[in-house]
Ligand binder design. Sequence first.
Ligand SMILES: [Zn+2]
Length: 208
Amino acid sequence: MIELTCLCENKFSADIRTEYDTDASPGIVNDILSGRFMSVSCPSCGKLLKPEFPTHITSKKNNWDIQFVPELERVSFLKNLPTGKKGNKRIVIGYPELLEKIKIFSDRLNDQVVEYLKYNIMSKLLEKSDENETENDINVYYNERKEDALLFHIQGLKSGEVGLFKVPMGAYEQAVQEIDTKINSEPFNEFLTPPYVSLNRLFTWDDV
Ligand SMILES: [Zn+2]
């Protein structure tokens, strides 16, 4: 049980677990995808609260081992980031990263390859955009696999708009071939090394 305080000042305790086994409760995956995961309604005013707490999400069947770190703990967490780990353990920081990782894994994709593709997309976008216009942060998120392409969402190109970027499956397959030669060299080793496999690592480095 976790103590929460609503904006209406009502204090209540909510049953937020710290361990989730998606084999035992497959509904968790849909809850994460729909945004219901970790959300709680205030029993007094009914407002939907979305508190973030450290949680561990696993699936033996799918070989998932995801440690969720709240967004508010990003900077302190990155200061003591464990690195150089092999295997399937993954860290995600904040809900958007969790959502994206679950989409990537549910679509049976390799997250290192997806982050590598995101780097290439980001490089193209930064090349094209005027230096003066890149004041707002550009973010690339994997969204879905559609027919023979992977669709990425681009945030921050124009305020309030989400751009689309399409990568053909052929380019993904090619990246699968390339990744082993890239993964140990800069800058790829800085964001593809487990357990925290995320392009965000490269772009938040300066803030740490
Ligand atoms: Zn309330």
